[in-house]
Structure formats: C-alpha cells, structure tokens
Ligand binder design. Sequence first.
Ligand SMILES: *Cc1c(COP(=O)(O)O)cnc(C)c1O
Length: 466
Amino acid sequence: MDKFLFEKYLLRASELFADWKGRWEEFECDPSLEVDPARLETAFGELTARLGGCYPFFHPSYIGQMLKPPHPVAMIGYLAAMQINPNNHALDGGPATSALEKEAVAELARMTGFDPYLGHLTSSGTVANLEALWVARQIHPGKRIAFSDQAHYTHRRMCELLGVPFIEVPSDASGCMDAGVLRRFLYSEEIGTVVVTMGTTGLGAVDPLREILDLRAEVPFRIHADAAYGGFYTLLREEAGFPGAEAFRAFRFCDSAAIDPHKHGLQPYGCGCVLFRDPSVGLLYKHDSPYTYFTSEDLHLGEISLECSRAGAAAAALWLTLKCFPLAAGEGFGPILRACRRAAASWADLIRTSSEMYLAAEPMLDIVAWFPKARAMQATDISDASRELFRRAMTDPVSPKYLSTFRMETEKLRARYPNLAADAPDTIILRSVLMKPEQAALIPRIHAELEEMIRGMRGGEGGGEG
Ligand SMILES: *Cc1c(COP(=O)(O)O)cnc(C)c1O
C-alpha cells in the first residue's frame, strides 16, 4: 500500500478519535498521566534500536516461519478502534465492535460453508482449538480425541489440560493423516472426535478429509478441522490442480473449525476464530445466561466464548480488511493465496530438477520442504548441511535469506529416496513458508542463489564462492 495513502488513513484514524472525544464535555487530564517528552524520546529511541534486531518478516527473502506483517488496512482499522479500546467480551464493552465481529465471522463462516453456524473471534488459534476440543469433550465425555502425529502440539497439550484421553494417528510420507490406521483405531478405541488438520504447521499437509468423512458412515464421530493455517485456502477449492481442493470442498461437513486470521488473514497477532456447525453447542457455554436458544442471529459474544476480555480492535481490523479484500476466489483473498500457491508449486518444480536440492514432500499449500545435497546421501550429513545452509543463508552479506529447519522422520524421507542412509532416526531439513504473494516472482532468483550457496558449501573450502 502506498505510503501516503497509509499515512492519510493513520492520520484520519487518530483524528476520528479526537472528533469522537469532542462529543463529550472536555476535562483536564490528570497530571499523573503526563509524560516527560525527553524521557519518551530516549525510550522510543531505545525501542527503535531494539526492534531493529528483528528478522525482516515482511520481505520476500524471509522464507522461514509463518510470519508476515499485517496489511496496512488492518493496522488502520486496529488503530481506529484501539483508541476507544472496546472489549468484545460483552455487548456493553464493545457494542460497535461486537457487531463488526459478527459480520466478519459471518464472512468466515460463509467461506467454510457452515450454515447455520455459531462462532466468534478468539485471541489465537490455540484458544480456538481449545474451545473446540472443550466442546468435543462435553459432547463425548470420556472418549478419545484423535489427531495425527503432524497435528500442532497444542492438541496434545490441550487434551492434557482438559483431561481428555487422546490418540496419535501416524502420518504418511507427505505428512497427511493415515486414514487406514485411523479406521483401525476407530474400531479398536473409543474415539469421540477426530482433529483433521487442514494445513499442518510443519509441511502444510492437508489431512484426507474426504476419506475421513467416509469413515463416519461406518462409525460415528465428531470432526474438528484445525484450519488455523490453511483455512483461507478454502477459497481455492474449485481450483484445478490445487492439491487441497477435495479436502477443502468437504470443509462444510466438519463439526467445528479453527481459522487464524492472524496467519493468512493479513491480521496482526491476536486474531483467531472458532466456528461450530451446530449452533446449539452454545448451550454448553451456559453460565447464568438468560438464553436457552442460540442461533447466529442472537449470538451474544460474551455468552459463547471461553475467553473474557478480547480486543474489539481486532474485530475492527478484520472487518475493514474483509471490506477491502473480500473472501472470494476471483478478487481479494483469492489472488493473494493463488500467488502463494504458485510460488510453492513453481519452486517445487525447480527443486525436482535441481542437482543441489531435493524435495522432501510435495507442497499441498504454500510450504516447501526440501533439503540440500550433502556430502553423502545420509541423514546425519543432510542434517549438518541443512543447519549449515540455514546459518550461511541468513548471514550472507549481499543477499541474506531467512530459512527455517524442520525435523522429519528419516523413514519418511526414505519413502521418496530409498538410497538415503538412515544413520539417524530423524533428519533435519529445511521448510520454507511462502505466504507472501511477492514471493512468486522472486522464487527463481532465491532458488538460484541457494543452489550456488549449497555448491559452495560442498566445495569444502569453508568460504564458498558466494
Ligand atoms: C498456528 C497454528 C496453531 C496455533 O495457533 P496460534 O494462533 O499460534 O495460537 C494451531 N494449529 C495449526 C495448524 C497452526 O498452524
């Protein structure tokens, strides 16, 4: 977004607050709240210097973790509302922002196909998942919750917290839940709920939801979709050649879902979302609620969430973003996600024919897992090379690149590369998250420079040829 446009709206957001305050009688600010300008200047200088130590999450050369700054539109919306600081826990804390939240959540529900639905924003995907697992436990007390060994570690932890027995289902070489093993577990264990990850945090793998749904015809169970990362990719479900299409088309048959607008939704941290397909689960939240009936129309946020205080500003930011970038395939979010997918698919193509790199798994979303050619095709050498490349790429003085490492079972890599010697149970590989649309254009260059670096590493002189 153009710098001047951004500044124009930042200014308008701050003026809006001043105007709004002007509707009430003026009063003297208490002297205890005055700030010493010199002190602020010094402290702000120190803050600026310290923030300079962050990695450039905004830059296309940052292909490390799931990180990118919020869209300027989200910042404008957040700032505008934050000055008022509404609390979306209860209607009297945030009447306007509660209405904005309901509208934004309705858009997310429409995207997943939940109709009717019950849902609200949360502070994070962790809380959204906790809430869904809590509901799962209330509905199936004593029964196990199943998730794959690639599911986010939060599920194991939350099951411990909730006191729910759980079972881990192995995943296949591409990181997807093995539906065959799940089927066996469904017959041998008392499973109440299956967590289907729609885009794992590690490899961006999408669990085979279609097959898992078919199992429901044999044995009934609940399905919770952990779409914290991948949820927005539902918009590409009709896309030819999109590996996640079939699973995302079945999204609407899940019982609950977690989606993080602060991952792929252009939002600052503090914005997750939980959705339920059956609005009557609202009854489970009942404390001294006067309501006995819940639908999306009469939802009262404070009555249907585990969390209490929550930023109304987060709802305002998301609402404004969705007005400018609709949840559609052809405009708004569709083109952004399509570019990320294109970046991942085109890089996978380059890696497949590279003499310096190997693909560790086919990317289903926008995460590419790969490893550099090492001295020998064996786990320990590959791990060393991955770590070394991670370090070298980041400290390159001319064109630094920010990677992230990932621990993968060596056996899974051997499914693709049988000649890989398993001299360690796990192999450290690299995992590149391409969640910025600009990366699509930059991939050929990033690829070529990394290849050069790997060649230099194997040269053995230590310095490489740069
Ligand atoms: C990020 C993530 C989470 C955790 O969400 P937070 O917003 O970080 O709390 C859970 N599941 C998946 C699949 C994720 O990618």
